[in-house]
Structures are given as structure tokens and as C-alpha cells.
Design a protein around this ligand. Structure first.
Ligand code: GRF
Length: 205
């Protein structure tokens, strides 16, 4: 069985899209892929109730309870490793991870970012795209490396930026695409190697 652990901080709509895709497409029966747990660094994250409603085990590790970023990441790494994950999925997880965490899960750590990387790493991506006069925007699934929003790109989707767009309307249009590409990229990542060809991200690079 290939276990997935999903890390969230907020509403969890990407997490829910992944769980629903796994359930609807029967990933467990067909591919031996199971969503083992959803872990949030924020006790109030809306995604926790959403995950529970979808039948997924949840856990909270409040980063505020730890003195340093390293302490939090050590505890998080332990909680994640307890599920023996084939893949760790960041889905709106709003903490920068330390190199020690990233190295421990290197090659099995994915993120989705709401811009067409390498454009607009970091926060406030939609307003920055509008301010720059971009005609298109989008989202990127990428491997996580020690540097923020820079790892190898695995999948992208493009949406138009409309003249009437606000950051909110653009974000909503991009989010719809996030929900399409993230489950697809995760399935392709985990199925890679089934036919003896490649492994992990090599199928998507
Ligand atoms: C998404 O736009 C994701 O790309 C970004 O934060 C947002 C999280 O949304 N990193 P949700 O929690 O998945 O609803």
C-alpha cells in the first residue's frame, strides 16, 4: 500500500479534491494508494472538519506550541513518518519547511502553488499577476526542495486573466484548475514505475 499524508493550514479545498478523486476513482482498490492522514499546523483549519467528513484521520500539530521552526519540523517529520508515506502532499500548507524536513522526504514531497512558476513565487500571487498586466495566470504542481517554490515543475494549468478580474475572482478561477491538476499529478507520480519505467517525478518531468 502506498500511503499519502496531506499537510494543510486552511480551508483544505485541494485536500478535499484529492480525497474525492481517490474515492471516486478507487485509488485504493485499483492502485494500492491510500490517503492515510491529514495533518494541520493550525487547530482552526477548516480543512480538518472537511477531512473528517470524508472519512480521513486528522491530526493537529500547532506550530505555536514549539519554540523554534526546527522543533516544529522535527515533530512534524515524526508525525508524518509514522504513516510510512510514499508521498507527502502540501495542500495550502502555509509554513516554510526547514531543509532537514525537506531532505528527509526528498523525492516524495509535492506542493501546489497558485502561479505559473517560476513567475510569482511566495505570497499574493494573484494581485501580483494582475499588477504586472499578465494576460494569463495559473497554478503549478512542483517537487519541494529546500528553496521556496523552486523545485522541478511537474504539472501546470493556465487560465486567462480577464480585464474585470480582482485577486479574488482570479484566485477562484485558478483554484478550480488546482483541483483538476493536483489529483492528476499525484496519481501519475505514484503510478510511475508500475510498468517498470521510471519512478516518482521522472514520469512528470
Ligand atoms: C491554494 O491556492 C494553494 O495553491 C495555496 O493556498 C491555497 C490553499 O487553498 N498554496 P485550500 O486550503 O486548498 O483550499
Amino acid at each position: 500500500m502506498k500511503n499519502i499524508v496531506i499537510l494543510i493550514s486552511g480551508g483544505g479545498s485541494n485536500m478535499a479534491a484529492i480525497v474525492r478523486a481517490a474515492q471516486q476513482q478507487d485509488w485504493q482498490e485499483r492502485h494500492g494508494i491510500r490517503i492515510a492522514a491529514v495533518i494541520s499546523n493550525r487547530p482552526g483549519a477548516g480543512g480538518l472538519a472537511l477531512a473528517q467528513g470524508l472519512g480521513i484521520a486528522t491530526q493537529v500539530l500547532d506550530h505555536k506550541a514549539y519554540a523554534t521552526r526546527e522543533d516544529f519540523d522535527a515533530a512534524l517529520a515524526q508525525a508524518v513518518a509514522a504513516h510510512d508515506p510514499a508521498l507527502v502532499v502540501l495542500a495550502g500548507f502555509m509554513r516554510v519547511l526547514t531543509p532537514i524536513f525537506v531532505e528527509r522526504f526528498a523525492g516524495r514531497l509535492l506542493n501546489i502553488h497558485p502561479s505559473l512558476l517560476p513567475a510569482f513565487p511566495g505570497l499574493d500571487t494573484h494581485q501580483r499577476a494582475i499588477d504586472a498586466g499578465c494576460k494569463v495566470a495559473g497554478c503549478t504542481v512542483h517537487e519541494v526542495t529546500a528553496e521556496l517554490d523552486v523545485g522541478p515543475i511537474l504539472e501546470q494549468a493556465v487560465v486567462p486573466v480577464l480585464p474585470c478580474d480582482s485577486a479574488q475572482t482570479l484566485a477562484a478561477r485558478v483554484l478550480e484548475q488546482e483541483h483538476q491538476i493536483y489529483p492528476r499529478a499525484i496519481l501519475a507520480f505514484l503510478r510511475c514505475g508500475e510498468d517498470g519505467q521510471g519512478a516518482g517525478a521522472s514520469c512528470l518531468r
